[in-house]
Ligand binder design. Sequence first.
Ligand SMILES: [Zn+2]
Length: 93
Amino acid sequence: MKLPSAIKTYCPYCNAHKEHTVRLARKGKERSMSRGRRKYEAVKAGYGGSPRTPKKEVYKVGKRTIAVLTCKTCGKKHQKVYGARTKRKVEIE
Ligand SMILES: [Zn+2]
């Protein structure tokens, strides 16, 4: 599935159809000093192993692809799922 780099779609901030730029959302970098990370490191320290059960390998056929839409009028960003659970990769032309 191919997405154009600019589309006209609904902007919830402008409450109207406006021109948007499209880019794919990427996972952000995990903060090493976040509350959950600090707690996990504290539990893992010392004797005893990991407090979490090891993850099973899950083979997902289709993945959700989230597009970040940036409104050209107000500059606000919102997200939209394109090609939900599709086998094909979503690309931007
Ligand atoms: Zn807008």
